[in-house]
Design a binder for this molecule. Sequence first.
Ligand code: MG
Length: 252
Amino acid sequence: MNKGFLIDLDGVAYLGENVIPSCRDFIKKCNEKGIKFCFVTNNSSRTTDTIYEHLVSLGYELTKDNIITSSEVTANYIVKEKPNARVYLIGMRGIREELEKHHIQIVEKDADYVVIGIDFDINYDKYTKALREILNGAKFISTNSDHRLSRSDGVAPGNGALTKVLEFSSGIEALYMGKPQQEMFVYGLQKLNLPKEQVMMIGDNYYTDILGAHNFGMESIFVETGVMTIKEIKHFPVKPTIIVKNLLELDI
Ligand SMILES: [Mg+2]
C-alpha cells in the first residue's frame, strides 16, 4: 500500500460544520500505522490556524504541518522565485497572513506579482488596480480555478470566476496554484517528502481531485462523502484508481 496521502478537506474531512466520522477514524489509523498525510485545500480565505482549530474541534488528531492551503502554495512559489517580492493582493485574511508570514510586501502600486484569491469584498476599484499592475508587467497568479463555492446558504461564484474578469480584461492567463493544477501536488509531495509513486490523492470532486491527480501522474481515490456520487464518477473519462463509499473501506 502507499506510504502517503494527499487528502481534500471539504466533502472528505467535513461537510460544512459537520465532521465525516469515517475520515476521522481513517486519520487515526494513518497515525497508528505511521502513514503520512496532508490535507490540501483550494480555499484561501481561512488561515492554516483556523482550519487546524476547526479540525481539532471535530476530533481530528493532527498538527498544522498536516494542512496545506492554496495560500501556502502561493506564498512558497513567490518566495522561491523572488524573495521580498512586492504583491498587489485581492484576497481575504488567509492569503494575506500567509504572504506576510513569508515576508512578502503587500503593496498598492509597482507590484512584482498580482495575486487573486477568493474575496467576498471584491469590487471594481480592486479589479482596476490589479488590471493596471498586470498590464504594467506584474506576474499574474491565482490561488485556484474553482468555478463555484458551496456555502451554507447555497452556491456562490468561486475564485476561478473572479479571476476570469482579470484574464479577460488583460488578455493574460493567470498561473493557478491550487488543484487541479500541478503546483499544489508538487508542494504536497515536498511536504510529505515522498515520491509521487508512493502517494495517492483522496477527494470527492472529479475536476479538482481526480483529474488533477491524473494529470500530475498520481493515483487517486474517489470517496462518496461529498459533492459527487459513485454513479456520476463512473461516467467521466478518467477513472480514479480506487472508488469507495467512505475511507474506512480502504485497507491500509
Ligand atoms: Mg472537496
